[in-house]
Design a protein around this ligand. Structure first.
Ligand code: HAM
Length: 473
């Protein structure tokens, strides 16, 4: 409690010197690169950053829709926060000693002299917005969601990028463990709905700062005695952020920490009761979870509940598809009122990879059922207006305006498998009529342009009725 008060007094801005120190630390070491000519560089995206081409978009579209629908169902309102914030916001929230701050921040000084960084995650910006816009007066809980790119100067490989997309959910103003369970339920709902089945939730509780300090002491005591067995990075972490050692992927560190004291054994009574209730709720929900006592997460604002969502690929490759937890002190530490909070982020790039791996269905866009073909200069001129009239009446129309030959246009129509083709030739353009061809029955008629929508709708309707009444084989 004493620590909370002290933190609340600090203003949101840190001292210039401290920021400069962080900035020096956050400047990544320059990579040694083979020499590439300037013109070659122009034609490639930056390392770890990719184009998501139209071919891949149906997967992304399904993910985006699923996240937006789930957010709506669970009562979350959308919030957009800037991609760039003051550097010290991230440093104050995520804290030094984490890889995100020490190694992965894209930070720079603007022309105006402001020290800023590209957001490496959403929560810090959302917490800032929560305080800045006085959201604490709104009825609780306040549920916010966001979706967009974040930036981390990580070592790129499959499933790990420097520009990555996150779907992010945060709830403010409620510390009841039922919220923790509901947040996990929501994450499960999203990944299940996307067709991902081999999913495992790992949960843990890291307690409050006081119990965490007791735990850190015990952990350091244990690790100090065998320091020589740790990797170089972890030897440094021993003095900067010992809990990060539990997250190290080096075999020798994993071996050593498997015998280390566990955070759960150092929990204060309230955190223990909180965690016990959460597990009861999860059991009730029958979610596939396991307790991972080593789970500490890579951001330092968490308190009590932490969790991660893992894909369990049988070939041995595993990805964290998402992660989150409680951060009951962050709002106060940034200068707001004491406000419990919980949230999670989903890694959309990894979710798309996983969808492809398990052959989950991409989004299927609505296909146009009508094609508009034109022949001759006047018809070409009139066709844009006709296209927009049909579209205004809710009829999705395909076209190939750039092609002059009717034959080539009809070939496109047949490739698309449309049910109706409208043909506008020179004569029809002059008469203000159009030919409407029913591609299923093969019949065609000439109709006045002001009756075109009705004629097309009639054919489409009769086709729907036909397909509903025809016996299925
Ligand atoms: P995080 O665990 O750092 O949490 O990131 C969430 C997810 O983003 C990860 O589980 C992973 O799927 C994806 N991700 C992270 N780094 C990369 C990368 N380099 N390439 C591809 N995907 C990646 C957070 O960011 C917290 N802000 C979540 C949160 C929200 N906690 C409370 N509210």
């Amino acid at each position: 409690m004493a620590q909370k008060k002290q933190a609340a007094k600090k203003p949101i801005a840190t001292k210039k010197a401290a920021v400069q120190k962080t900035e020096r630390k956050t400047q990544p070491k320059t990579e040694s690169k083979p020499s590439v000519s300037e013109s070659e560089l122009l034609l490639q995206s930056l390392r770890g950053m990719r184009d998501i081409l139209p071919d891949e978009q149906p997967y992304w579209e399904r993910v985006r829709r699923s996240i937006s629908n789930a957010a709506q169902e669970y009562g979350y309102s959308r919030i957009e926060v800037p991609m760039v914030e003051y550097l010290h916001l991230f440093v104050r929230s995520i804290k030094e000693g984490t890889d995100i701050i020490d190694k992965e921040l894209y930070s720079f000084t603007t022309r105006g002299g402001d020290r800023v960084a590209l957001r490496p995650e959403f929560t810090a910006g959302i917490a800032r917005a929560y305080i800045q816009h006085g959201m604490s007066v709104l009825p609780k809980p306040i549920k916010l969601f966001s979706m967009g790119p974040v930036f981390r100067y990580d070592r790129p490989q499959e499933g790990r990028y420097r520009e990555l997309w996150q779907g992010n959910f945060d709830v403010f103003g409620e510390d009841d463990p039922i919220l923790d369970a509901q947040v996990i339920q929501l994450a499960y709902r999203v990944v299940r709905e996307l067709g991902l089945k081999d999913i495992e939730f790992q949960v843990n509780s890291i307690g409050v700062p006081e119990s965490r300090k007791r735990y850190e002491k015990a952990l350091v005591r244990y690790l100090e005695s065998q320091k020589h067995k740790l990797c170089q990075n972890c030897r440094e972490r021993l003095s900067t952020n010992p809990m990060r050692i539990l997250d190290c992927k080096e075999d020798k560190c994993i071996q050593l920490t498997s015998q280390a004291p566990q955070a759960l054994d150092f929990l204060d009574d309230e955190s223990r009761a909180h965690f016990k209730s959460l597990l009861e709720y999860l059991d009730e929900l029958e979610l596939p979870y396991s307790i991972n006592p080593r789970l500490v997460r890579g951001l330092d604002y968490y308190t009590r509940t932490v969790f991660e969502i893992w894909s369990s690929d049988r070939e041995g490759k595993k990805y964290a598809l998402g992660g989150g937890g409680r951060y009951d002190n962050l709002i106060q530490e940034l200068g707001g009122e004491p406000t419990p909070a919980i949230g999670f982020g989903l890694g959309l790039d990894r979710i798309v990879l996983e969808m492809k791996r398990v052959h989950a269905k991409p989004h299927e866009p609505v296909r146009p059922r009508v094609f508009l073909a034109q022949l001759g200069d006047l018809a070409k001129k009139k066709s844009l207006r006709l296209f927009s009239d049909l579209e205004k009446n809710g009829i999705l129309v395909a076209e190939s305006f750039g092609r002059g030959s009717l034959k080539a246009q009809l070939r496109v129509a047949s490739r698309l498998g449309v049910e109706v083709t409208i043909i506008l030739g020179q004569k029809e353009a002059l008469d203000e009529t159009a030919i409407v061809k029913d591609m299923i029955s093969g019949t065609q008629e000439t109709v006045r342009q002001d009756k075109l929508t009705d004629a097309v709708k009639k054919i489409l309707k009769s086709n729907v009725q036909l397909s509903h009444s025809s016996p299925k084989n």
